[in-house]
Design a protein around this ligand. Structure first.
Ligand SMILES: [Zn+2]
Length: 119
């Protein structure tokens, strides 16, 4: 009797044990470490860009870290890194736990938007 599911190996590395034997479960779309059994969800490895953040803040005005994380599906580390670099660039400000775009950030967003649309 075989209990094999349709698993394909991916290029991901397990964040828990460091094994490179991480397989994709086509049924659920999850990445699973075949060594320790950790489910390496796709959300965890999703990249989030400055433009994405700016777009969200432009729409919602102010957002907390938790809300941004929930909306973008990014990992803590990645999201924090992007936010920090945007603060350093003067694009974002953080006031009592909520992030919002600065004037400079809004200008930056409009410029990037123009580039995206090919003005
Ligand atoms: Zn593992």
């Amino acid at each position: 009797m075989s209990h094999r599911r349709s698993l394909r190996f991916s290029k991901a590395t397990c964040p828990i044990c460091g094994s490179q034997e991480v397989a994709r479960d086509d049924l659920k779309g999850d990445l699973i470490c075949t060594n320790c059994g950790e489910i390496v969800s796709r959300k965890e490895t999703r990249a989030v860009g400055k433009f994405d953040i700016a777009q969200l803040l432009r729409r919602d005005g102010k957002m907390s870290f938790a809300k941004l994380r929930e909306t973008t599906g990014a990992s803590d580390d990645k999201l924090f890194g992007v936010l920090q670099s945007m603060v350093q660039m003067g694009l974002l400000q953080e006031i009592s736990g909520k992030y919002s775009l600065t004037k400079r950030g809004q200008r930056w967003y409009r410029q990037r938007l123009g580039q995206e649309w090919g003005y």
